[in-house]
Design a protein around this ligand. Structure first.
Ligand SMILES: Cc1cc2nc3c(=O)[nH]c(=O)nc-3n(C[C@H](O)[C@H](O)[C@H](O)COP(=O)(O)O)c2cc1C
Length: 209
């Protein structure tokens, strides 16, 4: 397998785009709950365009954001198994490659209640019955990019079935599902699929369940 940008080998693909996920190389104590995980400084998109796969017939769509690739890999597995369309959330300014700087920014965004600005448009979602929402626990809450997305577009998910999936550093989903309810008003929110960020490659059986 290739190793590009020092972010780990290519571990999968999503709509023809390679996926690297640095955390997967760290299975034991060295993982450190995701601490110090670097990224490409472009929210996984340094070498390619964000994923935007929209078809006429799909009844479900995977909407996700990922900084270091783990949630992107989980998104790819779910999209393949469900035949879903895919929409990647894109920020105006991606998170830094450096972990500490990223933590500083995520904490500031949470503290000041100023989630990042988006740089994307929303397609017409009327054909979809189910929306798989992929995010991560960052700074002990729903990641700020997903919060930004839901603040902008959450009400358009009100009448959908929401199926959340997230990766985290072993501290769990926290209060994130409550926020999904708050921002979408959706009546049907399924139990979230929660996977440690360094075990996504082993999670295929969870996805099937
Ligand atoms: C800035 C930052 C803050 C994080 N805060 C938490 C946290 O509060 N709780 C937790 O369980 N994991 C936390 N993590 C770990 C991430 O949730 C985990 O690494 C996740 O798999 C990253 O997803 P991604 O590879 O799709 O970006 C944090 C990671 C980063 C980069």
């Amino acid at each position: 397998m290739k190793d590009k940008n020092n972010l780990g080998p290519v571990v999968g693909s999503i709509d023809g785009h390679d996926i690297q996920a640095n955390q997967l190389q760290r299975k034991g104590w060295s993982w450190g709950n995701g601490y110090n995980t670097p990224s490409d400084g472009a929210d996984t998109n340094a070498g390619q365009q964000p994923v935007r796969k929209l078809t006429k017939d799909a009844k479900s769509i995977v909407i996700f954001w990922s900084r270091s690739g783990s949630t992107k890999l989980l998104a790819s597995q779910i999209a393949k198994r469900t035949g879903s369309d895919i929409l990647e959330i894109v920020l105006d300014h991606p998170y830094p490659a450096n972990y500490q700087q990223t933590l500083h920014r995520a904490n500031r965004e949470r503290r000041t209640n100023q989630p990042p600005r988006l740089k994307m448009s929303l397609p017409d979602l009327s054909q979809y019955e189910t929306v798989y929402l992929g995010y991560q626990t960052l700074a002990m809450t729903l990641s700020q990019p997903m919060k930004a997305f839901l603040l902008a577009y959450g009400q358009q998910l009100r009448n959908k079935v929401i199926a959340p999936f997230l990766t985290e550093g072993d501290y769990g989903a926290g209060d994130s599902v409550d926020w999904l309810r708050e921002y979408t008003g959706a009546a049907q929110i399924q139990q979230p699929l929660v996977v440690d960020g360094n075990w996504v490659d082993e999670s295929v059986r969870n996805v099937d369940r």
